[in-house]
Design a binder for this molecule. Structure first.
Ligand code: 7TS
Length: 417
């Protein structure tokens, strides 16, 4: 993938469109119509370079990591560890010891809940989350609260989908042992002011965990600048494969945390009299890891970095603004999630049509959106609805995609009225 030199003076949106041919899955017809993929918040489409990197690894280098003296094992170890280095640079971690490969955001958060939190929480301690969270930043805390007697407290949102920032800050008292918050809401697209919250939490000696699943694909993230303690994200939402994700953690925490899962690779010595654990980050990577997934994630990072996260952000911001403006023009359409700062996502309802019916009619027109509660049932409960239709963007979307969406919503309206 290369940016054509002759396009250096094009507006960002046009330059990014240059990469459309990099995404093979987008080049197909669904139900007789050119596919318009507006479900990247659920999972993004991988570019050819990611698919090729995985195929090349499987064809030539497949072996287990960290344990063989033979050439293929060395190669597998090298590509796996190279990907870790790419993650270090992508989020500007201080060291590769801070980057743990996991199955995804969900596993990263569960790791923190079961290692960092479970080993230190006492009855009466508190964990704070917001009303905006994905289930994977709710249920792990409910579990660990049941296990320890700690309490989960929820920072409220308003009808635009913004968290009441001052109320959240007021909740951060000396009983709070973790602030676990999404960077960007998957159901509403709200970008939370995490910089401010992290800074207040830091002043009050409260560690912070950021669920960055919906942020990392759309904007540059610098964990040192944020100064968060933990940051979690998934490969498959940032053009990479499924089954691979990252837990970033400050070394001072990871060092002290007990292992979460036991098995091969996470140990130095195993005896029946006792076991000693491997150094970071391997202490948290028990068993044979998802090597091809890491390779694919590394290729995705290179692809994103080649284009530039700031350019991606600018492009998506323009498309999101266009989509929101066009949706607003539709009679009977209600936007759910109208925060001032948003990324990538627009949820909506149309007249009294069930979101699943909208999704089905759109699919008949070749448009892929997600419908339902988006694993954010408390958000739906707040708005007193069972679900929404949600269009979400990736860097490969353009205004023509939005025009097709709007046209198809018009068709849905006609069918139902
Ligand atoms: N956190 C957020 C904010 C998410 O959006 C998601 C997935 C997760 C955590 C879990 O990520 P996983 O890769 O471990 O599954 N969100 C969605 C979605 O919006 N539609 O499908 C999955």
């Amino acid at each position: 993938m290369k940016l054509a030199d002759s396009n250096e003076n094009m507006p960002d949106s046009n330059r990014i469109l240059h990469h459309l041919s990099d995404f093979p899955a987008l080049n197909q017809k669904i139900n007789g119509h050119q596919l318009v993929y507006l479900d990247s918040a659920a999972s993004s489409q991988p570019p050819s370079c990611v698919i090729d990197a995985i195929a090349e690894y499987e064809r030539n280098d497949h072996a287990n990591v960290h344990r063989g003296v033979h050439t293929l094992s060395h190669r597998a170890t090298e590509v796996y560890e190279n990907s870790r280095d790419k993650v270090v640079s992508f989020i500007n971690a201080k060291s590769r010891n801070e980057i743990v490969f996991t199955r995804g955001t969900t596993e990263s958060i569960n790791l923190i809940a079961q290692s960092f939190s479970r080993s230190s929480l006492k009855k009466g301690d508190k964990i704070i989350i917001t009303h905006l969270e994905h289930h994977s930043n709710i249920v792990p805390w409910q579990l660990v609260c049941e296990q320890t007697g700690a309490k989960l407290e929820i920072a409220a949102i308003d009808e635009t989908g913004e968290v009441n920032s001052q109320a959240l800050i007021n909740m951060l008292d000396d009983k709070v042992k973790l602030l676990a918050i999404s960077h960007v809401s998957n159901a509403l697209g709200t970008i939370n002011p995490i910089e401010k919250w992290i800074s207040v939490a830091r002043d009050r000696h409260i560690p912070t965990l950021i669920d960055g699943a919906q942020a990392v694909p759309h904007m540059s993230v610098d964990v040192q600048e944020l100064d968060c303690d933990f940051y979690a994200f998934s490969g498959h939402k940032m053009l990479g494969p499924t089954g691979i994700g990252i837990l970033y953690g400050k070394e001072e925490h990871l060092d002290k945390m007990p292992p979460w899962q036991g098995g091969g690779d996470m140990i130095l010595e195993v005896r029946f009299s006792g076991t000693t654990y491997n150094e970071l980050p391997y202490k948290f990577e028990a068993g044979t890891p998802n090597i091809s997934g890491a390779v694919g994630l590394g290729a995705a990072i290179s692809y994103l970095q080649d284009i530039g996260m700031d350019r991606i952000k600018t492009h998506e911001k323009e498309i999101l603004a266009y989509m929101t403006a066009e949706l607003k023009k539709i009679d009977g359409l209600r936007l759910i999630g109208t925060a001032k700062k948003k990324a990538s996502v627009q949820s909506f309802l149309l007249d009294d049509i069930h979101p699943h019916d909208i999704g089905t009619i759109l699919d008949n027109q070749g448009i892929a959106i997600r419908t339902g509660h988006h694993c954010a049932m408390p958000v739906m409960e707040y708005f007193n609805i069972s679900g929404t239709a949600r269009a979400s963007l990736g860097l490969y979307n353009n205004k023509t995609d939005i025009d097709r969406l709007i046209e198809s919503i018009g068709i849905a309206k006609k069918i139902f009225n």
